[in-house]
Write a protein of this length. Structure first.
Length: 133
């Protein structure tokens, strides 16, 4: 069964109860899952987090687990926004920061929507149909 974990970060970057350990992430990926990294201040650091803090976590995730397993998972409702990434209009700043690190437009599109889209286009196989019974 595939799993999409949509609002989390890496426990190895900041120890928060909502963040995943490397082992949990590896298990999700082994099952064809995708991790939606979220720009939530409380998941990034104790003090005020910034866009650059979030970019660093994205980059760490991609280095450890690959570009095809990363996505963005956010909704901006009920969370303390990051400095420099306060709303959807500021996502161009996220694109610019990722490009500074050498991410291509294809890489960025994978993180922003292609990986999630691929995951949600998943077609059930025989073993997942058995689970419904």
């Amino acid at each position: 069964m595939k799993i999409f974990n949509s609002h989390t970060l890496l426990k190895s970057c900041y120890n928060h109860e909502r963040n995943l350990s490397d082992q949990q992430i590896k298990l999700l990926i082994a099952r064809g899952g995708v991790v939606g990294l979220t720009p939530v201040n409380q998941f990034l650091k104790e003090k005020k987090a910034t866009l650059c803090d979030f970019v660093a976590v994205i980059d760490t995730f991609v280095e450890r687990f690959g570009i095809d397993n990363a996505a963005i998972g956010t909704d901006f409702f009920g969370a303390d926004p990051l400095e420099g990434l306060e709303n959807y209009d500021s996502f161009e700043s996220l694109v610019a920061e990722l490009e500074k690190l050498g991410y291509t437009r294809i890489d960025i599109s994978k993180i922003f929507y292609r990986n999630a889209s691929r995951f949600f286009q998943y077609k059930e196989n025989k073993s997942s149909k058995k689970l419904k019974k």
